[in-house]
Design a protein around this ligand. Structure first.
Ligand SMILES: C[S@@+](CC[C@H](N)C(=O)[O-])C[C@H]1O[C@@H](n2cnc3c(N)ncnc32)[C@H](O)[C@@H]1O
Length: 389
């Protein structure tokens, strides 16, 4: 019987969902290792938790490295928890994520459901590093810090390889003007102008393909990898070709709703953050997009779903937070006007859990695309299109 703090030598079989390594002891017991190990590696691990049928562990030393392992480009990598997959090239990182997704989805769906999973499409990030136009920093004594890996300690930062170059360059000056605390910082991909959430400025974010430029306060949520977001929005708009009345649920400030409205679609955008809704309304007014209506409403409440049902959408976009939207599958199933769902997911296993009632009722998965929005990390966005049978 193994106990917490035991040191074991294990061979990593594969990566599981959320980047954890899977190994098996001679006894057959499963060991799940914190993100940072690669398939095929021999590692010394420390048991951090024992459960009835598996052990949790963290790597202490890599005894035999995978040929995929390269030097991490960031000097803070050892201490900072921000880029646990920076030890593989962005290209190999995408490939590993695709393997993780292909392995995790059938298990999340349950084999008895008999859902046909279409061939996975993959869209890589144009930039392997320095792709984030929005990030969070911890400020202490006017200096930027990051949260250390697996602890609440703070690590001083003078650069971050995940941040776009103008944002990384501005980070120390932004931190100087802030009190101690955690802050969002952002920069415009159009102009490079950087600001913190405390600054009362608007940053331009363009969609060249749609001829639109949004003006966003630095505090607003937007897809951090703005270049790859262009592809995600294009794919979403394409998936809704031929659908007129579209509900954009968890819409944020209108990342999908505004480009769709620019194509003449009638869109109901529903979002729980009042600030994001206000930003969406201001942008729609400024751009003269009158076919989109924004609603500040909580999608966990039945009254909000009455609003959506009254709109009678033919299709819906769902882009919930990482934890997903429990119970949403049953609600969507009960909405007779809907025939297509475009589900944008930053945790595809949670999405499958939420979509199960629809899949059990015969809705099909028509396409599945991995957008590698977050190179250097195990995170990914997955676009899943579901159709009524
Ligand atoms: C992953 S973001 C997506 C935002 C937007 N679709 C985009 O691409 O920028 C999820 C959004 O869901 C919103 N949200 C979270 N829980 C919600 C709820 N219960 N009701 C409505 N909106 C919610 C958050 O405020 C956030 O804007």
């Amino acid at each position: 019987m193994n106990e917490a703090n035991d040191i074991l030598t294990v061979k990593v079989e594969k990566l599981l969902w959320r980047g954890r390594g899977l190994a098996r002891l001679d006894s057959g017991q499963v060991v799940m290792i914190e993100p940072g190990v690669l398939p095929g590696e021999l590692a010394l691990v420390r048991v951090t938790k024992t459960a009835r049928d598996f052990l949790q562990a963290e790597a202490v030393e890599i005894l035999e490295s995978s040929p995929l392992r390269t030097a991490h480009p960031c000097p803070h990598a050892e201490s900072c928890g921000g880029s646990r997959f920076g030890m593989v090239s962005p290209h190999e990182g995408t490939r590993l994520k695709a393997d993780m997704l292909r392995d995790a989805l059938p298990r999340a769906l349950g084999r008895d459901l008999g859902v046909n999973i279409p061939q996975l499409q993959i869209v890589s990030s144009p930039q392997g590093w320095r792709y984030r136009w929005r990030g969070q920093i911890h400020v202490r004594g006017g200096r930027p810090h990051a949260m250390a890996h697996a602890s609440n300690d703070l690590v001083p930062l003078n650069d971050c390889h995940l941040l776009a170059t103008p944002l990384a360059a501005a980070m120390p000056a932004l931190a100087q003007g802030l009190p101690d605390g955690r802050f969002t910082i952002a920069a415009s991909p159009d102009t490079g102008l950087a600001a913190s959430e405390n600054d009362r400025v608007l940053l331009p974010f363009s969609f060249p393909e749609f001829g639109l430029t949004l003006q966003l306060p630095p505090s607003t949520f937007f897809q951090a990898n703005w270049e790859l977001n262009q592809h995600l929005v294009r794919a979403t708009v394409d998936a809704l070709h031929g659908f007129d009345r579209i509900a954009d649920l968890f819409s944020g400030a209108g990342n999908f709703a505004l480009p769709l409205a620019s194509q003449g679609k009638t869109v109901l955008a529903v979002e729980g953050s009042a600030a994001a809704v206000e930003t969406g309304i201001r942008n729609a007014e400024r751009l003269g997009l009158s076919s989109v209506t924004f609603h500040d409403a909580n999608l966990a409440k039945p009254a909000t779903w009455k609003l959506v049902e009254d709109f009678a959408p033919r299709a819906a976009i769902l882009d919930p937070p990482r934890t997903g939207a429990k119970g949403i599958g049953r609600t969507l199933l009960a909405m007779p006007s809907l025939s297509r769902l475009v589900w944008v997911s930053c945790d595809a296993v949670n999405t499958v859990r939420d979509a199960k009632p629809l899949l059990e009722a015969g809705w099909t998965v028509s396409s599945l695309t991995l957008f590698d929005m977050f190179p250097g990390t195990w995170h990914m966005e997955v676009l899943m299109i579901l159709d009524r049978p």
